[in-house]
Each structure stands twice: as structure tokens, then as C-alpha cells.
Design a protein around this ligand. Structure first.
Ligand code: SPV
Ligand code: MG
Length: 538
């Protein structure tokens, strides 16, 4: 669906009619699908030529009525939906007799196509530049076709342009003028005089003889080096640049395919093709995201993740000389990639990584990245604050150097408490972030009362478990955490605070995180032994 930018005051057909009728020289640029149509409009052109040659070629068939008329109309519908400027369809010979043509005209009006051009040749038509005979239509039969089209249009401003192929067929200037006059009298809104000469001479002679009897349209594909001012001077109404988007994309696609085929790599290509974000922009993804906000009230149900990955990991010494520890290889993939895949597996795709040390090395696809420039002098909460605008709705915050089995995250995601911390009840180490909880872990007791976090401490003694660096907040929890961060910013405690400090402050202010207990099935990477463990963990 497009966001239709057509102004209600002037229809596409009316815009085209005034282009055709005014004294200015106007231009139609070729398009052959929704994408090229958008590009034509965004470039600034006032109208689109729905080229038969280009549409057929883009569909992989010849310009010889091999694509059915309904297939062509389907393409036109995409082009029309994607743009707000008028489209003139190259309607070949009208896809049959007067009856087929009037049905085509009605369908085009229904699809908001502004105009159609039909040529006086026999069905199936051949492209005008193909060598060989070009068999012309009977003049009277073609006049009847024009009349039928005009009588059938559903919009008074719809235009039927009659294309004279007499010069293409080598029938001479007099025949061209005779035919053009007959078509004008039959009701054609304009005459397209076509030529395959490399100079504009015969077209300019025709224009002189025609003497402004009705709007003239030309296609200077073959006489491309004629200055455009010569067309102005000849009172031409409309110039069609007929196939240049198709031909340029053909050259570009061939070039990129050959390069990738030969190099078996994308390295030398990436900088020379449109970016993925360019693709998303022209596809209109921003509009969709805004519409989702308007029409999906339940967006708060989606969970985002913020990964704290600003630190170098000094204990890993030289291993982190060029990259932060979150980017260390764990069996062929960076640790952080493994972590984001775990999040993806639990349905979390909106992932923000807070980088710091060597953040340029954090070059993963499908993440948002923010940077804590002061990573050397600040702690985890300052990094979290760098992603403050993401602390909204359901959010999971995780250290960037941990790995865990998915059941741990899934368990957190199921919690509907404001804040839930993942606590490993099997305390194995003497250093870590330990949790004093309202109750110890007891696997065999069925007790619905939640376990509450009473205090975070660096002392394993008297603690019921270790926090693994994973916390989930509901929308309300996110609001509370954000408010606490703001308070910390104001009272100057933010810079050096770590996540346990934040939890303790929340607890002191009456906000009690819930505890999700489990045992094992996770690890964090602080030194080379941990890294070896991580490789085995997989
Ligand atoms: C087209 O673009 O399909 C045309 C113009 O009909 S031309 O190919 O120049 O005949
Ligand atoms: Mg054509």
C-alpha cells in the first residue's frame, strides 16, 4: 500500500492533460515497475512513461505482446499505487480490436492511470526499432478504436494519444500527416510521431507541417543528440525518455553480478550499491513504523534488549588489543553475535548495543549501536544511560559478555513483575554480583509467593545466588529504572555506578525486583579460561 500523495484537487489525469495542453515542453520518464516509478517521481519528473519495451523486458519477455494486457496492468497498478504523478501507458495497439481497447481504457481509469498511447500497427506489435516489416493498421479501423476508447473513459480528463508509425514503416511524410489528421478528428488528445532516424529531421518536418493542430509527442531514443531546445522551438508538447531506467539497470545489474561471480565476495561491491537503509527508505518503512505506533496499541508487548558492551576486558590482555571482549570469537562467531542470536531465538529483534572500547569493531548486522564515549571512566549504569531512549516498554538488559541457555531468558520474559533479575542459585565463585533474596532456591517446594531481591552485594557469604547480568523490566519497571537513572544523573552518582548499585538504589526507594532462580546453564567471559569455557559451552 502506498501513502497516496495525490492532491485531491487535481487528479493524475487532469495533471497529465494540462501538461499535454500547455505551451511548455514537458517530459515523461520511463519506468517499468513500482521501484523505478518511485525513482522517477522522486527525481522530480512530472509524469511517467509506462514503456511497453521496458515492462516486457523487466518481465523477461519480448516487446511483442508476449505479456498479456492484464499482466501489464498489474505492473501499472504497482506503479500507480507507488506514485502521485500521472502515468501514460504505452498501450501498444490496444491489445486487440476496439472492444479490447475500450475495456483496457476502463481498467486504466479504474487504476488511476492518466493516459494511454496506442500505435497504428497490427497485433501482435513489434518494437519499432526491430528490423523487418512493420505492418500498419487500417486507418479507419484505428480511428474506430480511438473513438471507442474516448467513449469508454470513466474520467473526462483521461487522454488517448495516437501514435503514428508511418515513418517507422517507411510510408513517408504525407502518409504520416494523413494518418495523424484522421486520428485527431477521431478524438485523439495528442499525436505521437515516431521516428527511428538518428537525426530529428523528419520529426521536425512533421511538427512544422502539423502546425500545432493538436499536442505533439516525440520519443527521441534514436535522435538522442538533438538539443532539447530544438524540440521547444518546434512546439513539441511532450518528450518521452522511453527506456533509460531499464537500460541503466540492465547495465548495473550485469556489472554487479559479474563482479560478485568472479570475486566470490561482496567486499568490493558494498560501497558501490544502494545501502540496505536506502532500500528501506524507498520502500517506505518509516511510514509503516509510524502506522504501527498508531494502529498497534499492544506494541508495549514487544520486548527490546539493551546489551552493555562498552568495556575492553583487560584480563583478556592482548586478545582485546583490537576489539572489545564482546567481539571475541567463540567457535566462529563473535560472543555478541551468539548473544544476539539467543535473544532472537526468544523473539527479541530490537537490540541496542552500547559500545565503548573499540566500538567500531562491533559491526554486527541488525543491531542499533550507541556509544559510551566515556567508557574508560564510567561504569555500567552510565552505559545504560546512553541507551535511555530505549528504556521504554518491555526491556531486557544484559551484559554483553555472557552466554546462557534460552530457558533462562524465556523464564524472565514470562515474568510480569516490574523488574525481574536472573539469579543462579548455585554460587560457585568468590567474586561476582551476589544476591540476597527473601527466600533461598528450593526446587521441590510449590510456593506461589514471589522471591524478592533484598540486596545486591559483592560478598558471596550469606547470598542466595549470583546475578548473571540479565534483567527484564516491564513498561512500569522501565519507567522506574529510567527515573532512577535520572536521579543518579542529578546527584552525580551515575558515572561510576554499576548495575548492582542501581538495583540497591531501587530497593532503597521501595522498588523491589523479583528473582527468577535457576541453576547453571550460563557463563560470563572475563578471562582466557572463561573464553575456553564459552567454546565448550556450545
Ligand atoms: C516503448 O517504450 O515501449 C516504446 C517506445 O514503444 S519505442 O521503444 O521507442 O518504440
Ligand atoms: Mg512500446
Amino acid at each position: 500500500m502506498s501513502d497516496n500523495k495525490n492532491t485531491p484537487s487535481q487528479t493524475k489525469a487532469a495533471k497529465f492533460r494540462s501538461m499535454l495542453g500547455n505551451d511548455e515542453l514537458s517530459f515523461c520518464m520511463e519506468a517499468h515497475d513500482g521501484l523505478s516509478a518511485k525513482i522517477v517521481e522522486q527525481t522530480g519528473f512530472e509524469a511517467i512513461w509506462g514503456s511497453g519495451l521496458s515492462i516486457a523486458t523487466a518481465l523477461g519477455v519480448r516487446d511483442r505482446n508476449e505479456a498479456s494486457w492484464t499482466q501489464v496492468i498489474d505492473v501499472l497498478e504497482f506503479m500507480s499505487d507507488a506514485t502521485s504523478i500521472p502515468i501514460m501507458l504505452d498501450g501498444d495497439t490496444g491489445y486487440g480490436d476496439f472492444n479490447n481497447f475500450r475495456r483496457l481504457v476502463r481498467k486504466l481509469c479504474q487504476r488511476n492511470i492518466a493516459a494511454v498511447c496506442i500505435e497504428d500497427k497490427q497485433f501482435p506489435k513489434t518494437n519499432s526499432f526491430v528490423d523487418g516489416d512493420q505492418e500498419l493498421a487500417d486507418v479507419d479501423e484505428f480511428c474506430g478504436k480511438i473513438k471507442a476508447g474516448k467513449d469508454s473513459q470513466l474520467d473526462d480528463d483521461f487522454s488517448v494519444v495516437a501514435r503514428v508509425e508511418a515513418l517507422i514503416a517507411g510510408k513517408g511524410m504525407d502518409e504520416a500527416l494523413r494518418r495523424a489528421e484522421a486520428y485527431r478528428v477521431a478524438g485523439a488528445d495528442g499525436i505521437l510521431i515516431h521516428s527511428k532516424r538518428s537525426t530529428a529531421d523528419e520529426v521536425l518536418t512533421f511538427a512544422k507541417e502539423w502546425d500545432n493542430r493538436s499536442p505533439l509527442v516525440i520519443v527521441p531514443t534514436k535522435y538522442y543528440d538533438t538539443p532539447t531546445d530544438a524540440f521547444r522551438a518546434a512546439n513539441i508538447s511532450l518528450v518521452i525518455w522511453a527506456n533509460h531506467n531499464l537500460r541503466s539497470s540492465l547495465a548495473a545489474m550485469r556489472d554487479v553480478s559479474e563482479k560478485i561471480y568472479e570475486s566470490q565476495s561482496l567486499r568490493d561491491i558494498e560501497g558501490n550499491v544502494a545501502s540496505i537503509s536506502d532500500v528501506f527508505t524507498i520502500a517506505g518503512n518509516t511510514e509503516l513504523a509510524e502506522a504501527e505506533k498508531r494502529y498497534l496499541p499492544d506494541r508495549g508487548g514487544e520486548t527490546k534488549a539493551i546489551l552493555l558492551a562498552a568495556s575492553r576486558g583487560h584480563q583478556l590482555a592482548d586478545l582485546t588489543a583490537e576489539k572489545p571482549k564482546c567481539m571475541l570469537d567463540v567457535r566462529g562467531k563473535p560472543l555478541l553475535r551468539r548473544l544476539t542470536h539467543s535473544l532472537n531465538d526468544s523473539g527479541i529483534t530490537d537490540i541496542t548495543v552500547v559500545g565503548g572500547y573499540k566500538h567500531e569493531a562491533v559491526d554486527l548486522a541488525n543491531i542499533n549501536k550507541v556509544v559510551n564515549d566515556d567508557y574508560e571512566t564510567t561504569g555500567e549504569v552510565a552505559s545504560l544511560a546512553c541507551a535511555q531512549d530505549r528504556i521504554d516498554g518491555n526491556v531486557v538488559v544484559s551484559y554483553g559478555d555472557i552466554l546462557f541457555r534460552n530457558h533462562i531468558l524465556d523464564r524472565l520474559m514470562r515474568s510480569d513483575a516490574d523488574i525481574t533479575v536472573a539469579i543462579d542459585a548455585t554460587v560457585r565463585k568468590s567474586d561476582g554480583d551476589f544476591a540476597k533474596c527473601s527466600k533461598p532456591f528450593a526446587e521441590d517446594i510449590i510456593d506461589d509467593a514471589p522471591v524478592l531481591l533484598e540486596q545486591m552485594t559483592s560478598d558471596a557469604d550469606g547470598a542466595q545466588g549470583e546475578w548473571i547480568g540479565l534483567v527484564k523490566m516491564s513498561g512500569e519497571g522501565a519507567r522506574l529504572v529510567k527515573a532512577e537513572i535520572e536521579t543518579m544523573e542529578k546527584d552525580g552518582s551515575l558515572a561510576t555506578a554499576n548495575m548492582p548499585d542501581l538495583f540497591n538504589r531501587l530497593i532503597a526507594s521501595g522498588v523491589t525486583p523479583h528473582v527468577a532462580y535457576f541453576s547453571g546453564h550460563w557463563l560470563d567471559v572475563n578471562d582466557a579460561f572463561d573464553l575456553a569455557d564459552a567454546r565448550n559451552f556450545l
